[in-house]
Design a protein. Sequence first.
Length: 281
Amino acid sequence: MTSPSSSVQEARKALGQRLREIRSEAGLSKRALAALLGWHESKCSRFESGTRAPSEPDLRSWASACGAAGAAEDLVSTARGIDGMYVDWRRMERSGLKRAQESVLPLWERTQRFRIYSHALIPGPVQTSSYINALLTSIQNRRGLINDVPEAVKIRVDKQEIVYGNHRFAILLEESALRKRIGGTDVLAGQLGYLLSAAALPSVSIGIIPEDADRSGLWPVENFFLFDDHTVNVELVSAHLTITQRHEIALYAQAFTDLTDLAVYGVPARELITAAIDSLG
């Protein structure tokens, strides 16, 4: 896997390459462009190398000085997309958990094929309301957010309706995820019981990677959601990462395929889930 911020850096480099092309097409050196804009030449160099993110006024000024004012809005749109790739939780959740849940609805609605891997938690599409409530309450308390947990829970539960539509869900769980006591024994028991039911849905495939699986080739990685073949979401301790670079998406798709080879399905998977329930006493 690449580092969490590599997608952002790659995207900034691509934007820098586009700025270089616009400048070159205008027949301007970096020094000449900097003089027109009243900047130090190093500012142009940092923008073109991707080591510094240009502001929206910077991009509009660049396009105008190069006689390419028509490209300004496209550059700004690209920069806004990059800015949204790595979003720290404080920024994403500053308006509350309800808004954070709503923000991903368009992506969920347009996705047909979901591939989800989790080593720590039962993922959103197959969570019970009690499990969701325990998770979001913990997040709300830990991050000191406004208390809109009931509203956020409802949004997430409503979002699960797509499980019963034409979307397809391939979910891979490490066996350890079945034993994390989120919300306590009763909540987890109910969650695992629901997981057994969800596994029977025609749109859902659930694989469990046993704890004793040979991990010589691929050890547990970060939790991730793969939306069709265009977007990957990764939840980090500090931020929410959105990956759109094709070569990185391909790495996650391959990781999912490799992890699939380690998983068990059907009766063996149900036996692991049932064993986790039994272990709760």
